[in-house]
Design a protein around this ligand. Sequence first.
Ligand SMILES: *Cc1c(COP(=O)(O)O)cnc(C)c1O
Length: 328
Amino acid sequence: MDLSRFPRLSLARLPTPIEPLPRLSVHLGGPRLYVKRDDLTGLGLGGNKLRKLEFLLGEARTQGADTVLTVGALQSNHARQTAAACARLGLDCELILRRSSHVTEAYLHGGNVLLDRLFGARLHVLAAQDSREDFMAMRAEALRGEGRRPYCIPVGGSCGLGNLGYVVCAGEIMAQSAASGVRFDAVVAATGSGGTQGGLVAGMLLEGGAPVTGIAVEGSRREQEALAAAQAFEALRLLGRNHADVVEQVTVLEDFVGTGYARPTDSMREALSLAARFEGLVLDPVYTGKAFAGFIALARSGRYDKEQDLLFVHTGGTPGLFGYPESV
Ligand SMILES: *Cc1c(COP(=O)(O)O)cnc(C)c1O
């Protein structure tokens, strides 16, 4: 897939490695398990959003932007990676973050929030009921009034352009698969704002690769499937492709959300523990812990035999561990 007509900055260390999980695979007694280490993209402690930011900030740079704004939850990994990328590029960064009813010291000041401040971002912290998008639009308008050139990034960096980062990732998986001879029977990733799954689905459609299953970390299956399908569609539209069958390619499992976004579950705790104790692999409680719980459930489901290969995309988020230490 030729993406060279889209301005793109190099922010992430790519390709990220694919590693086997041999001890965990034996322990679970099912298919062979692997992990694509998108937690190791590097800049600002890494994570999936850097892939999207390569395209988004490429556009910001082309437009001559001097200030980047984005929105997220208070402990947003996307916001933290945006702040780190802006530091690297010499751009001002303003983060519009919404807090939940959580009131621990770690949540309010630790983890990603600590890093946002360290990277020099300006934080606007909103109450749970406020609209982040309205605030961002208002703030961008005020900046324009001061003669500044703001560039606004939607939640999670999910939009046609940002999702191209995960079309790239699908291409990487296919190339690594061809080089190693391991053909994946399924690819599994956490899904939130939908761009990661949407980009992977679009990329796999274009490359003829494996089916992608999203594990919801919020919302219902129907809501999350609609989001991911819309994000896949936007990416394909930008590439001038119109796949009528996008909707059929989007599968989301909703059974691992528990009582809501960032609320701990027993299966998340088990996933963190198994990944850590069998493989020395660190997951986070909000995204990858719940997604890995879904991955483990698929491995245990009996749907795949011992000769099949399943890939988990580790989307990062490890600083979140230190924002929610009590969930572990
Ligand atoms: C943002 C995020 C996701 C979800 O990606 P979306 O593209 O928003 O669906 C998954 N894992 C981590 C660690 C994230 O920060």
